[in-house]
Structure formats: C-alpha cells, structure tokens
Design a protein around this ligand. Structure first.
Ligand code: SAM
Ligand code: DTB
Ligand code: SF4
Length: 323
C-alpha cells in the first residue's frame, strides 16, 4: 500500500515535471490502456434554482447568472438525449440535478424510471443529484445506475470559503452512503477557485485516503461564470493543473481520472499533456451542464491526431494490464 501522507504527496507533486510524468505514465500503464479515453456525455436533468451557495456555480439561485431554470426533465426526453449521445460515441451518460439533496417522492421516482431507461440503452449511467442516503443510493443502483458523482471540490480547510450551506463531513457521509449501496464512487474537485497548491494536495490526500479509493476522479478547471462570486478568477496555471492530474494518477492508479470542466480555455497541447499525465476520460458534446465544452467533432479529431481512441462502455477499470 503506497504512503499517502501529505509530505509524500507534496514530494511527488514537486518532482521535476519529466520525473512526475514518467511516474504517472508507469502507474497509468499498469492499469489502463494508455491510448484509451472514455467519452461521457453530461445532461442537466434539472437546471438552476439550487438553494446551495457554491460560489463557483451558475445554478445557485442566489447568484444572478444567465442560466435559464428548467424543471425536472421527463423520462422520454432524457432517454432521447441518451440515445443521441450513444449515437455520437459516448459510452457513459451522466445526469445532473441542481438539488441540494435527493428527496423521496414523485420526482425521485421519475429519476429512477429515467435511469432504467438510459441503462437499457447499454450506456453506463452516472448520476449527480446532491446529498443522498444509503437507501436512496440503493434504489438508484437497483434502477441501473452504476456510478454516483459527488465532489469534495477542495481541501477541508478551503471548503468553507466556497460553500457554507453544507459541510465537508456531509459530503463525506454521502460518499459513504454511495459506497454502502454498492455504487461506484466518482469524486474530485475544482482547481482555480483561489485555493493554494497545498489545498489541492490536501484534496488529493482526502480522496486517495478513502477506503476504498474512488473509482473515478474528475478534475475540473473552474469555468468562471458571470454573476457568480468567482467570475473574475484567473485561470489556473496549466502546468499546475497537469501536475495535479499526474499526482492523482499516481495516488489512485486504478481510478479513471477525468479531465472534466474547463477544456474550452485549454489549448489542444495542454489537453494532450493531461492525457500524457494520466487523464483518461473527457466529456463529449458542446455543453457541460450549463456551460460550453469543445465541439464533439473537434474532440474526436484531436483524439485521432494523437492516435488515441474511445474506450467502450464497461472496458476501463483494470481492463488491460500492461507493463
Ligand atoms: N447539485 C449536485 C452537487 O452539487 O453535488 C450535482 C450537480 S453539481 C453542478 C456537480 C459538480 O459540478 C460540482 O460539485 C462542481 O464540482 C462542478 N461544477 C459546478 N460548477 C462548476 C464550474 N463553474 N466550474 C467547474 N466545475 C463546476
Ligand atoms: C464534475 O466533476 N464535473 C461535471 C460533472 N462532475 C457533473 C460538471 C461540470 C459542470 C460545469 C459547470 C456547468 O456546466 O454548469
Ligand atoms: Fe447546487 Fe450543485 Fe450548483 Fe452547489 S454545485 S449550487 S449544490 S447545483
């Protein structure tokens, strides 16, 4: 079992970039196809009017942003979107709702029906619906959901500067409930919110010390959105971003490390560096939940130029063992 104390993590992060990249690639090749990238599509199934105060989020009702609120989508509309995503080459379909938490009742019942419909298309289903109990996570699993996304976002220390309407421990309890129900855990964070490098390393330590470790670790670059308190943040330094990806890859070698939000502000070369550092998943399609993402055709072309290929559904974790 590798040591995952902060000093060791810091020492890794601070290695000369070529050494860090080499270690990350070694870890990557032990558990993954180094040329494979999982393509996921995001769908916001309930948009805006969120009661939480996450300072980065365009969907929080307390900030005046350009997001048009939308009530919960019905099952047939979401299944149609999922079918289109599958036709476009996605193997995982992630549904997000601007909820603080899941509440039992007709809306959750509708989400369960939607999950069954999307799973029946052969897509891997991921949901991100806010806090939930183990019982609710179990119902999602029974409906065909494979993965639950719930981000820690940042270090425990920096968290209260970003979110005050729920605690770090509540985040961790939801992750425990997700695990207890037998769902895969997807949890990561956002870089570029004004946190220090040390905060980023503490986030990695939190994630890497979960037992078991997350199956999937999304690393988002903040998408600064007008109207949110973080609208004016400077973009994160790309080499710092790449270092976080590489460090995450070394600390959590079996996880899918996802190059998530923020790619529209990155060059193709920067994204290629992220793949070389061990990122092996991206969101495909010109919209994330509410903010822009690169065009599907541009992404497919970039992968082709790099000689990389999409991973099929169900293939990733531990599918290939290469030295
Ligand atoms: N409401 C649920 C929750 O917060 O868990 C699920 C949806 S929420 C939009 C999912 C994640 O998107 C957040 O945890 C955050 O990490 C990410 N996110 C939201 N706004 C973002 C932004 N402007 N830039 C980067 N990531 C963002
Ligand atoms: C994650 O870590 N990133 C995705 C997914 N999980 C749900 C969400 C990114 C959202 C970016 C802001 C938006 O489009 O609203
Ligand atoms: Fe709501 Fe999630 Fe946005 Fe926070 S990140 S405001 S909980 S939708």
């Amino acid at each position: 079992m590798p040591t995952r104390d902060l000093a060791t993590i810091r020492a890794l992060y601070k290695l000369p970039l070529p050494d860090l990249m080499f270690k990350a690639q070694q870890a990557h090749r032990l558990h993954h196809d180094p040329a494979g990238v999982q393509l996921c599509t995001l769908q916001s199934i309930k948009t805006g009017r969120c009661p939480e105060d996450c300072k980065y989020c365009p969907q929080a009702s307390r900030y005046d942003t350009a997001v048009d609120p939308e009530p919960l989508m019905d099952t047939s509309s979401v299944v149609a979107a999922a079918r289109a995503a599958r036709a476009g080459g996605a193997s995982r379909f992630c549904m997000g709702a601007a909820w603080r938490e899941v509440r039992d009742g007709p809306q959750f019942d509708s989400v369960l029906e939607t999950v069954s419909g999307v799973a029946a298309l052969g897509l891997e289903v991921c949901c991100t619906l806010g806090m939930l109990t183990a019982e609710q996570a179990g119902r999602l699993r029974q409906a065909g959901c494979a993965v639950y996304n719930h981000n820690l976002d940042t270090s425990r220390e920096y968290y209260p500067s970003i979110i005050t309407t729920r605690t770090y421990d509540e985040r961790l309890s939801t992750l425990a409930a997700v695990r207890e129900a037998g769902l895969q855990v997807c949890s990561g964070g956002i870089l570029g919110m004004g946190e220090s490098v040390e905060d980023r390393l503490k986030l990695l330590a939190e994630l890497a010390n979960l037992e078991p470790q997350p199956d999937s670790v999304p690393i988002n670059a903040l998408v600064p959105v007008e109207g949110t308190p973080l609208a004016e943040r400077e973009p994160v330094d790309i080499f710092e971003f790449v270092r976080v990806i590489a460090t995450a890859r070394i600390l959590m070698p079996k996880a899918m490390v996802r190059l998530s939000a923020g790619r529209t502000a990155m060059s193709e070369e920067a994204q290629a560096l992220c793949f070389l550092a061990g990122a092996n998943s991206i969101f495909l399609g010109d919209k994330l939940l509410t903010t822009p993402n690169p065009e599907r055709s541009e992404d497919l072309e970039l992968l082709a130029r790099l000689g990389m290929h999409p991973l099929a559904a169900g293939e990733p974790e531990g599918a290939s063992s290469r030295a």
